[in-house]
Design a protein. Structure first.
Length: 126
């Protein structure tokens, strides 16, 4: 079963071409991705509603979420070892993981411009 036929008035048959600079194109693409839309649909919604489409996807990268997850896993492993009395010398590692976690949380909370992010440095793997 195929797609139902669209009404003649709903068909998009007129094409409008615009030229963008590389930075403008990156900006539109980033905003469209954050709104889970194609660039054409994002531009269309902005033009006809006068508002920016709602951001549906967090502007924070998936890599940042994975990094935060790794920190949490490592902290849980360290806590288990310390509670079992096996490794009492994890204070330095815990403090470094805490600093990385604070940095990531700062990015998660204060990242309001999707194109202006800084990278997360450091590795959390033990």
């Amino acid at each position: 079963m195929g797609r139902p036929a669209a009404n003649e008035e709903d068909k998009r048959i007129v094409q409008v071409n615009i030229r963008l600079t590389i930075s403008e194109n990156e900006r539109v693409t980033t905003c469209a991705e954050a709104s889970a839309m194609t660039p054409a649909n994002w531009i269309r919604q902005k033009i006809f509603t006068g508002k920016f489409p709602q951001v549906k996807v967090s502007p924070v990268t998936a890599a940042m979420y994975r990094e935060l997850h790794k920190i949490g896993v490592n902290l849980n492993q360290i806590a288990r070892q310390m509670n079992a009395g096996k490794q009492p010398n994890f204070i330095g590692v815990i403090s470094e993981l805490g600093r990385q976690q604070t940095s990531i949380l700062k990015h998660l909370i204060h990242d309001s411009r999707p194109g202006k992010r800084e990278g997360i440095q450091g590795s959390t793997e033990l």
